[in-house]
Each structure stands twice: as C-alpha cells, then as structure tokens.
Design a protein around this ligand. Structure first.
Ligand code: ATP
Length: 354
C-alpha cells in the first residue's frame, strides 16, 4: 500500500492563541511494501506526522492517501493501521495471548479464529511460547514484540512505529531492530518507523525522510542521503563522528580552507561552509591540509585522530584513519581530501553548492 502525503500541515494552537507549526507543507510518497524511517531532532514533527497518518490528529491542510483512497477524513479505526508506541501500552492484567487477541475481539472475530491468528502473530515475532505470561513477566524487548504482534493481528494495511526501541537497552535495541526488519520483510507491510536516532534509522530503513522544523529536508536511501546530503542540516545530522565543518572561501573555483586550496567547485566566489566527513581524508605527504594530532582514539578497526582546528565551530575534529597507521599525539600529518568527499554549502541558505 503506497502512502502519499500531500501538502500536509499541522498547526497547534495554545490557550493563549500562540501557534506552533509542527508540520509544514509536507509532501512525501512512501512506496508500497517499504520500511521508511522518519528521522529528525526532537520537536521536528515526526510524531505529529505519524499521528496524522494514523488519524489521531487532524491536519489543518493537505491530504493523506493510502493507495488511491483519500483517508484524510477517515476515522483511525477505519484506516487499517497498526500502531506501536515507545511505551508498549500493553494491558497489564491480561496475558500475552489476551493482549494480542484484543483488537480481534473488538471487531468480533470468532474466538477459534482469533486464537489461531494470535498464535500466528506471536510465532512471527518470536514469542509464541510466552502466551500465558503477563506483561510484567516479560523483558522490555519481549513486551515490544507483543505490542508489534497486537498491531499486526488485524492485518493492517500500514504499520506505524513511534520510537519503538527507545525503552530498550543497547543490546536489545540492536536485536529488536533486526527483528522489526525481518518481520517487515516477511509480512511485506508498508511501515513507517519514527526515531531521532540516525544510526537506527539508517540501519533499518529502505529509505529515510529527514525532517527539521516540520519540513522535509531530504528523502532517499540511507547511503545516498549520507553520501550526497542536499544541505547543511542533513550533512550535520547524519554521521558519527559528525562531519567536520570548516569556514571556507571560494576563489576562482578553488575551495580554500585556512588559505590552502583543498579542492575545486563550480560555485561563485564568496564565503562558504566546507564539510568533510571523518573518513573523507587521506594521508598524503603533498596534501594541502597540515593537521596536528592532539589525541588518538583507538576504536579497533579504525583509529580516530583528534585534531584541533582553527576557524571552526567546535575546535576539535575527528579524522578516521586505518589503525595500522600508528600515529602518535603531537605528530603533524599531511592530508588531502578523498574524491567526492568534500561538500561545499551556501552560508546563508545551507544548500549544497558543489
Ligand atoms: P520527539 O522526538 O521529541 O517526540 P517529534 O519530532 O516527534 O519530537 P512532535 O511531537 O511531532 O515532534 O512535535 C512537533 C512540534 O509540535 C513541537 O514543537 C511540539 O512542541 C509541538 N506539539 C506537539 N504536540 C502538541 C500539542 N498537542 N500542542 C501544542 N504543541 C504541540
């Protein structure tokens, strides 16, 4: 089921009449059968978007389509959605089985059939042998699986997940996110996954939508968005360690950082931001960048050199090099930028220039 959001806007009005534009003219097409990560910093409008798709919030403007059907004015229960929240929201007094069956009782599915369908869903999410337990007898990850089974048991057209892994510890988060990916693949259900965690979104999603201040900043396959950020916000938001951002100047198609030409661009002369990802450097004795290594972090496969850089926003950068380089603090290393690893941004608009 393809989902299309057309010019979707949500404005909240407080009692004192002050307005918050939570979502602004959002146009997104979510392809059928894909898992889409809705990603952005806290308050960027992810949950509001999800709740409008679910029908729990009414947009001020714009339309929502499931396939060809306009569902904008349809009640949540008629939309055919399964919703999973961060806090599981299971009924504590009911068993796992009763929790999963609950949505079917509401629509009067005969008990025998409901039992079979509940067991199928429990098996699918890997908790088929825990049916008689109460939620408090389960781990957080198991509880979230119950919530996913409950969301899927009605065979929804769309699965909506709002920060479903936030309450889990690091190891369980990894495990459960693999599970969600597997369940999504097996069922082929169009899924929207809200998270503020870029690594989570990138690892699980077929495509990510990056939002800021209620607006879509970029949508695409995770690696494409990482490799080709359209603007400063996207470049900065994706990547750990984060992208290194220099104050730079374009002069006759050369990009200068601290007076040294580090690459070329098609942009017009003027001041710019120059972004280079930590893995975008290469050691080269003739390289234009002369970096004094301040500290060295060993992270196993790679080594992060911590560099103090003048004329930058945060005065330390990380540069990832191969661990075999064995560079020591205090060393001066000459480097150049790998091909296609330099991003030049307009200082006013933040748009990509190169
Ligand atoms: P988070 O990751 O923190 O949940 P989010 O990206 O999901 O953030 P939303 O919850 O969609 O963001 O909120 C978007 C904006 O709308 C925020 O500025 C928020 O304060 C505001 N907002 C959300 N719900 C309401 C409401 N019921 N009344 C007024 N303002 C609201």
């Amino acid at each position: 089921m393809e989902i299309k959001l057309q010019d979707l806007t949500k404005i909240f009005q407080a009692k004192d009449k002050t307005e918050t534009v939570a979502v602004k003219s959002l146009d997104i097409t979510i392809p059928s059968g894909k898992l889409i990560g809705l990603l952005g910093p806290s308050g960027c409008g992810k949950s509001t978007t999800l709740y409008m798709i679910a029908g729990l919030l009414k947009p001020n403007n714009g339309r929502i389509f499931f396939g060809d059907e306009d569902v904008t004015d349809m009640a949540p229960e008629d939309r055919g959605i399964g919703l999973v929240f961060q806090n599981y929201a299971l009924y504590p007094h009911m068993s796992v089985q009763q929790n999963i069956m609950f949505p079917l009782e509401n629509i009067k599915v005969p008990k025998d059939e409901a039992l079979v369908r509940a067991q199928e869903m429990a098996d699918l999410v890997g908790i088929g042998d825990l049916m008689s337990r109460k939620p408090k007898q389960l781990s957080g990850g198991q509880q979230q699986r119950v919530a996913i089974a409950r969301a899927l048991v009605k065979k929804p057209r769309v699965l909506l997940l709002d920060e479903p892994l936030s309450n889990l510890d690091a190891r369980l988060r990894l495990q459960t996110r693999e599970e969600i990916k597997r369940i999504q693949r097996e069922t082929g259900i169009t899924t929207i996954f809200v998270t503020h965690d870029q690594e989570e979104a990138m690892s699980i999603s077929d495509e990510i939508v990056l939002m800021e201040l209620g607006e879509k900043r970029q949508m695409g396959e995770p690696q494409d968005v990482y490799d080709f950020p359209n603007n400063l916000f996207v470049a900065r938001f994706l990547g750990t360690p984060p992208i290194n951002m220099y104050d730079g100047v374009i002069s006759k198609k050369n990009v200068l950082v601290n007076g040294k030409a580090i690459g070329t661009t098609k942009g017009a002369d003027g001041e710019v931001f120059v972004g280079i990802r930590p893995e975008g450097y290469i050691i080269d004795k003739d390289g234009p960048l002369e970096l004094t290594v301040y500290m060295v972090e060993t992270i196993g496969r790679d080594t992060a050199l911590i560099i103090k850089v003048p004329n930058t926003e945060n005065d330390t950068f990380r540069v990832i090099v191969d661990a075999s380089e064995r560079i020591k603090p205090g060393e001066v290393v000459k480097m150049k930028i790998k091909p296609k690893k330099m991003f030049v941004f307009n200082k006013e608009t933040g748009e990509l220039i190169n």
